[in-house]
Design a protein around this ligand. Sequence first.
Ligand code: NDP
Length: 250
Amino acid sequence: MLASLKGKSVIVTGGSKGIGLGISLAFARAGAFVTIAARGEEAGANAVKELALIGGAGQFLQCDVTDWDAVKSTVDETTKQAGLDIICANAGIFPKQSIEEMEPDQWELVQNTNLRSAFYCTKAALPYMKETGQGRIILTSSITGPVTGDPGWSHYAASKAGQLGFMRTAALELAPHNITINAVLPGNVKTEALDDLGDGYLKKMGQMVPLGRLGAPREVASAVLFLASDEASYITGQQIVVDGGQVLPE
Ligand code: NDP
């Protein structure tokens, strides 16, 4: 599976931390050239160092995924340097807020970061992928929204469910160009973004999962790499749940 990724060029938004870093490292291990697109320069530089430590090749491009011009120039710069085979729209935020307390701009920020960015990444990559006659787009969605609800995360759930509606329609529009688009739906994955919840709470969260623990970024990355590989060439508009069995009915 990994052999087909050698020499491919991939952009991973939010590739500097957490699940995105796990995805970046997995692509680098498979021999792909990885462009990490995120806002923070220090985390980006550290991520590129991590790629180098495992013998991988890649670069960091500063990019705010809520900004169309920034996404477009990240895609343009990458295609000029290395081509573009795969784009992972992974960057996302999940600040907890009740509907009652939520300000309209908090709602907007989550939609722009999580959902609008999926459209931006797809739109920016499309001309190049059409020209080369192939491409893979992979979205990091979530079980929250597409499968479950979660009090305090209505904005997040709406954005993640929205990603899947976008994906299914994009799959139909892009299929004639041999471009596939799919999504991974992680359950609770141990990343810095969950640190605020505290170790005790995280332990309890893990115990509630049928497999008895939280997921690791590399376990989400495995599903992403499969969707990017030659073995997934006939899969489009689909979703893979990576949640340790969390959403299975009792
Ligand atoms: P982290 O907070 O650990 O990492 C988020 C990454 O996204 C960072 O690299 C961050 O870098 C980047 N990012 C955030 N906002 C922007 C922006 N506006 N423009 C560009 N980059 C941005 O989060 P996780 O790894 O936990 O989450 C990654 C994805 O996985 C998200 O889409 C999330 O919704 C999804 N997910 C996570 C789950 C979990 O349990 N952790 C469960 C289900 C889904 P910087 O801030 O420097 O820009």
